[in-house]
Design a protein around this ligand. Structure first.
Ligand SMILES: Nc1ncnc2c1ncn2[C@@H]1O[C@H](COP(=O)(O)OP(=O)(O)OP(=O)(O)O)[C@@H](O)[C@H]1O
Ligand SMILES: [Mg+2]
Length: 251
């Protein structure tokens, strides 16, 4: 189920997954898909379609009603460090006195021993992550003073400090300008080596050249190649539902 005989377990394997917040009202229904090592996947879908819910299920924050989720062959709860998450909204008080370095270092919290002191390695890892997102010069600046795009890059750095194998991003470019968005896409293209990336986005047009596959989430989850999605664009069919039902003939 989670691996082929000749290969190691897949980063993500989902079989017939269903989940809902309220009994009787599924948010995700009968989702089945695999993600291969090193893939960069865009996740699209209408508001309320279940994109954030899907990421939370992958992180092990929510338990499926039905079906299975496997992360490298194991339950999501067994992978606190293998999978990192940049949330859609960070509830953060801009006045809170924390430097950008401290925010990024916080990504190492799950590595802390019980006596709770960051090691030299933790600090070096945080500095390296800041370098990766081109924010070394901002290490000592209060996080609250960063621009939207810089703050988003700092949050990506925070996620990278745990040295994840899978990076989940929930609309990292939704509140930044076009230049900052392009910077983030370029950054992700650079750091994607050794990473499997799933990124929720509302602007698939700007990532279509970066991603290898697109998951359309609206209760159901459908996998499409960028070429297939472009066909939808070309036909003027880029609206929801994108997922074909017996009633909706898209071709
Ligand atoms: N904690 C919760 N309790 C109850 N219902 C919830 C909860 N979180 C989300 N939902 C509902 O589940 C559905 C899917 O929400 P979700 O946040 O996954 O959508 P989304 O695709 O990420 O939307 P958006 O594009 O607006 O971010 C929505 O109907 C939402 O109202
Ligand atoms: Mg969401």
């Amino acid at each position: 189920m989670t691996s082929t005989p000749s290969s190691s377990p897949l980063p993500i394997s989902i079989q017939d997954l269903s989940f809902g917040y309220n009994k009787g009202e599924p948010t995700i229904t009968h989702a089945t898909f695999d993600v291969k090592e090193g893939e960069f996947i865009g996740i699209i879908g209408p508001n309320g379609g279940g994109k954030t819910t899907l990421l939370k299920l992958l992180m092990g924050f929510l338990d499926p009603w039905k079906g299975s989720i496997s992360i490298f062959g194991q339950s999501p709860k067994k992978h606190p460090n293998g999978i990192a998450y940049v949330p859609q909204q960070l509830r953060f008080d801009k006045q809170f006195p924390i430097t950008t370095f401290e925010l990024v270092l916080g990504g190492r919290l799950s590595n802390l021993p019980w006596w709770g002191s960051f090691s030299k390695e933790d600090r070096e890892r945080a500095l390296h992550s800041l370098e990766q997102v081109h924010l070394s010069d901002y290490a000592k600046k209060p996080f609250g003073t960063l621009s939207g795009g810089q703050a988003q890059r700092a949050l990506i750095a925070r996620a990278l400090t745990s040295n994840p194998k899978i990076l989940l991003l929930d609309e990292p470019t939704s509140s930044v300008d076009a230049q900052a968005e392009a910077d983030i896409h370029e950054l992700l293209s650079k750091i994607r080596k050794n990473l499997t990336i799933l990124m929720v986005t509302h602007d698939i047009r700007s990532v279509i050249n970066h991603v290898e596959r697109v998951l359309c989430v609206q209760g159901r989850v459908e996998s499409m190649s960028p070429a297939e999605l472009c066909e939808h664009f070309a036909l003027g069919l880029y609206h929801f539902p994108l997922i074909q039902t017996p009633q909706s003939h898209l071709t």
